[in-house]
Design a protein around this ligand. Structure first.
Ligand code: TXA
Ligand code: MG
Length: 328
C-alpha cells in the first residue's frame, strides 16, 4: 500500500501548480489532472496531455465556499443547500460563470463546473495553492480525471502515472480512491436541478435536500463529454451481458480467451476464462470497478464480458459507466 504524500510534498505540488505545471492528485472519486484554472497556458497542458477536445469544459476544484464567488456569477439557494449537504464530497455543481473565468475552462460556455473534493490530500493541496502571491490570485484547480481521453479513469497514483507519465510535473499519493467513479454532476444554471452525470450521490438524495425532483438531461443541457456514448473504455472489447444470459454467451464464445467481471461466483469447469468476482454491494463494486477493468484489460483477452448489475436507482452511476465502456 503506497503511503500518502507528506505536507511538504503537497506544498511543493502547490508551488508547481502556481508556476503553471501539471499535478496528478487523489480525490475521493478518481485521481485528477490538475492545473491552475486561472492560467490558460497551464490549462492548455491538460488538454494536450489527455488528448482531449478543446471545447470540453473542466471542473474547477476549490478549497472552500469563499472561493465560489470568484468562479460563479451567483450562488442560487439550491446550490448553497447542496454544497452545505454534500461538500466536501463527490458532487459537481454547474452554475453561471463569473466574469473573467477563462474560456478554456468552460469550453466557451456561460457556465462553470465547481466542486470541493472530499479527500484530505486534495483539500491540503487546495489550501496550499489558494491565496495571493506576486500580485496574482490563485483560487481554483481545474482537473479532469487523470487519464487519456475516453479511457478508464485512474483510482490509484500508479494508474495516473501509467496513463500520463511524462506529462506530469508531480504526482501526489493518496491511496485508492474510496468512491471509485466520478462525481455526480447537477446543472443548476437554468433554474432547475438537472442530472448531467450520475454518481454515488443519487438524484433521490439530491431531491430530498432540495425538496424538488431532479430532471434528466435534455438537448438544451450543457455539454458533458463523460456523456459521450463511448467513454471509460478498456482496449479489450467489452460486452454487458444479463446474468441469465452469461452461460449461453460463454458457450457461444468457446475457443476465445475471455475475461469475465461478475458478481456471481465462477461456475466450475470453465476453460480459457479469467473470472473476476466483483463486490455484490454497489459501494464496493464502484470502488473496485476501474481497477478491475484495468487488470482485466491487461490480460489481453479477446473479449471482456461484464455481468450487468441490477437496473435500480442506486446502481445508476455504475451502470452509466459500464454502458459507455461497452459502447465502442
Ligand atoms: O469526480 C470528478 O468529477 C473528477 C475528479 C477529478 O474531480 N473529475 C472529472 O472530470 O470527472 P472530467 O473532466 O473527467 O469530467 C468532468 C465532466 C465532464 O463531463 C464535463 O463536460 C463536465 O464535467 N463539465 C465541466 N464543466 C461543465 C460545464 N460548465 N457544463 C457542463 N458540463 C461541465
Ligand atoms: Mg473523465
Amino acid at each position: 500500500m503506497p503511503s500518502t504524500s507528506t505536507q511538504s510534498e503537497i506544498e511543493q505540488a502547490a508551488a508547481i501548480l502556481r508556476s503553471g505545471g501539471l499535478v496528478a492528485f487523489p480525490t475521493e472519486t478518481v485521481y485528477g489532472l490538475g492545473a491552475d484554472a486561472s492560467n490558460p497556458e497551464a490549462v492548455a497542458k491538460i488538454f494536450a496531455a489527455k488528448g482531449r477536445p478543446q471545447n470540453h469544459p473542466l471542473i474547477v476544484h476549490v478549497a472552500d465556499m469563499d472561493q465560489l464567488s470568484l468562479w460563479a456569477a451567483r450562488i442560487p439557494p439550491p446550490a448553497r443547500k447542496l454544497a452545505e449537504n454534500f461538500w466536501p464530497g463527490p458532487l459537481t455543481l454547474i452554475l453561471q460563470r463569473a466574469a473573467g473565468v477563462p474560456d478554456c475552462v468552460t469550453g466557451g460556455q456561460d457556465t462553470v463546473g465547481l466542486r470541493i473534493p472530499g479527500h484530505p490530500v486534495a483539500l491540503e493541496l487546495l489550501k496550499a495553492f489558494t491565496g495571493e502571491a506576486g500580485g496574482r490570485r490563485y483560487s481554483g484547480i481545474a482537473a479532469p480525471s487523470a487519464n487519456k481521453f475516453g479511457r478508464v479513469s485512474p483510482t490509484t497514483a500508479e494508474h495516473a502515472r501509467a496513463e500520463l507519465g511524462d506529462a506530469l510535473d508531480a504526482v501526489l499519493e493518496g491511496g485508492e480512491c474510496e468512491i471509485g467513479i466520478e462525481s455526480t454532476i447537477i446543472d443548476l444554471s437554468r433554474g432547475r436541478a438537472v442530472l448531467l452525470r450520475p454518481g454515488q450521490i443519487t438524484p433521490a438524495r439530491i431531491a430530498a435536500v432540495l425538496g424538488e425532483e431532479v430532471e434528466a438531461a435534455d438537448d438544451a443541457a450543457p455539454r458533458v463529454p463523460g456523456a459521450l456514448d463511448a467513454h471509460y473504455a478498456p482496449r479489450t472489447p467489452l460486452h454487458l451481458v444479463a446474468a441469465a444470459e452469461l452461460p449461453a454467451k460463454l458457450a457461444e464464445l468457446r475457443g476465445k480467451k475471455i475475461a469475465v467481471l461478475a458478481r456471481a461466483e465462477a461456475p466450475s469447469g470453465l476453460k480459457d476464462v479469467y473470472w473476476q468476482e466483483a463486490h455484490r454491494a454497489v459501494a464496493g463494486y464502484a470502488h473496485e470497478l476501474y481497477a478491475s477493468l484495468r487488470r482485466l484489460d491487461e490480460l489481453g483477452c479477446d473479449v471482456l464480458l461484464v455481468e450487468a448489475p441490477p437496473d435500480v436507482p442506486g446502481w445508476q452511476g455504475v451502470n452509466d459507466r459500464l454502458k459507455r465502456a461497452a459502447s465502442k
